[in-house]
Design a protein around this ligand. Structure first.
Ligand code: SAH
Ligand code: SF4
Ligand code: F3S
Length: 472
């Protein structure tokens, strides 16, 4: 954060917002809302906060978008197709708004933080009532009130990011597993990526704030927490006593009632020995590591500004597996970065073969205006990108299937997260490594950790049979 000082703001102390919430209650009673969330867990978490605020204003969640009194789109702009989807889906609400003019349509999120996009949206879809960004989520109550009482559209997007807000009400979806943001923003400026421009600089929450939230979640029945940040290894660098992420992870894993802690995302350039030791040593830190590599070619990694080499990455994987041989390692891979040659791409395939990721998110490079890579002249043609992504996905699907097969007959601890669409008595949960496990049982297993034997292993999921319940 350099010289800039970080302001901690407590939601309870934001009098204007609390007054707005009170004033909204008359309007909100009996009304309903529907939130459409795009993008990553950062947005998911913001949507939980926005839902929490709406519920404080008296509204209730409505599954059917057509029936809701307020529809909110929380947008993502990490790739172009994410943006196109937003324009399409906001546009699709036009007939509904015409039929029900009292319907409130709001749009927020990362896409609105890009220069000019909020204005473009307003121009294309004048019926949108309220537009705001990622830095003023907490002002939602007062903006909504203004919009309702003055009967005019509001567009308010802030550039400023020098603060961390605590004590926001949140409505969480899942009973047993929860996300907790530990830091906001990103300082890395990978040359393809828009996130640092729309989420601002890195800001860490204090360890006390994170621990208090973890304890509160545990008291509400949460057993698993995923700590979130764009680059969690930078956690604490902006705090006075500079606590490390490994220390935070360890402390959260010791909160009574918390059985499992995971985290996302860790940047390979600063994955520390201390963090690897914590994963290996602490019983409640899950044996899983999401470590996005992006490319297996040093030339491409350099142009991406990832600041590590293929060799350094492979060495990290070795060091991690020496400590925890059966750890599930997952990654993000990208094809078609400007200048990527067939030989570069083959190095990515080779790296995926060598590491054998349990699973991978695979992406086609998408040009993001304003980023360094967007102005590169050697963009890869669409047909080449499409060919490469197909080959990469085929390879990774085969590896994921083979890695799933290796678990046949093993015992896995599964946190049962929810009922499955397959029918009554069918449930879905996650193994410690984060793989999806389907299982059959009675409703009392929901929210509990059960030990299962893996009896089927498919491409996308495993099937387990309950051996015994560990009533934790
Ligand atoms: N902070 C995380 C990633 C956040 S974005 C990290 O550094 O690992 C999630 C993933 O989206 C990235 O890992 C990358 O693979 C992909 N991504 C980001 N920008 C992209 C772009 N312009 N085109 C295609 N994929 C992109
Ligand atoms: Fe984007 Fe890189 Fe930051 Fe991840 S680390 S959010 S890829 S700039
Ligand atoms: Fe998208 Fe914003 Fe996340 S751009 S990937 S929702 S941080």
């Amino acid at each position: 954060m350099g010289e800039k000082s970080l302001k901690m703001i407590d939601f309870e102390s934001l009098e204007k917002q609390n007054a707005a919430l009170k004033a909204l209650q008359g309007w909100g009673a009996g009304k309903s809302y529907h939130i459409v969330t795009y993008g990553c867990q950062m947005n998911t978490h913001d949507s939980e906060i926005l839902a929490g605020l709406l519920e404080k204003a008296g509204l209730m969640a409505e599954e059917d978008i057509k029936k809701a009194d307020l529809v909110l789109f929380n947008t993502c702009c990490v790739r172009e197709n994410a943006e196109l989807k937003v324009f399409g889906n906001v546009g699709a609400l036009k007939p509904l708004k015409r039929k029900r003019p009292e319907l409130i349509v709001a749009v927020c999120g990362c896409m609105m933080q890009q220069k000019g996009t909020a204005e473009e949206l307003k121009r294309k879809f004048p019926f949108v009532d309220l537009i705001f960004g990622t830095h003023n989520v907490h002002e939602f109550p007062s903006m909504l009130l203004e919009c309702l009482s003055e009967q005019r559209g509001i567009l308010e997007v802030w550039d400023s990011d020098g603060w961390v807000l605590e004590g926001m009400p949140a409505r969480r979806e899942n009973g047993a597993a929860a996300w907790v943001t530990v830091m906001y923003g990103c300082n890395n400026f990978c040359s393809y990526c828009i996130v640092p421009y729309v989420r601002g600089r890195e800001r860490s929450r204090t360890m006390d704030a994170v621990l208090a939230e973890a304890a509160e979640l545990a008291a509400g029945g949460v057993k698993e927490i995923t700590l979130l940040g764009q680059n969690v290894n930078s956690y604490g660098k902006d705090l006075p006593d500079g606590p490390s992420f490994a220390r935070l992870l360890q402390r959260v894993s010791e909160v009574p009632g918390i059985e499992r802690v995971r985290f996302m995302t860790s940047h390979p350039k600063d994955l520390t020995e201390e963090l690897m030791d914590a994963i290996a040593g602490a019983p409640h830190i899950a044996n899983q590591l999401h470590l996005p590599v992006q490319s297996g070619s040093n030339a491409v990694l350099r142009a991406m500004n990832r600041v590590y080499t293929r060799e350094a990455y492979l060495e990290l994987i070795d060091r991690m597996r020496q400590r925890v041989p059966d750890i599930d390692i997952t990654t993000d891979l990208m094809v078609g970065f400007p200048g990527e040659t067939e030989a570069d791409f083959c190095e990515t395939l080779d790296l995926a073969e060598r590491v054998r990721f349990a699973s991978a998110f695979t992406f086609v490079y998408s040009k993001r205006p304003g980023t360094r890579a967007a102005s590169a002249e050697n963009q890869v043609p669409e047909d080449v990108k499409n060919d490469r992504i197909r080959r990469l996905v085929d390879l990774q699907n085969r590896i994921t299937y083979e890695e799933n097969q290796k678990l046949l007959g093993t015992s896995q601890k599964v946190l049962v997260e929810r009922g499955s669409k397959r029918g009554e008595n069918f449930y879905m949960g996650r193994s410690e490594g984060g793989r999806t496990v389907n299982l059959q049982g009675t409703p009392d297993i929901l929210g509990r950790i059960v030990t299962v034997k893996i009896v089927r292993a498919g491409k996308n999921s495993l099937t387990g049979k309950i051996e015994k319940e560990t009533w934790t």
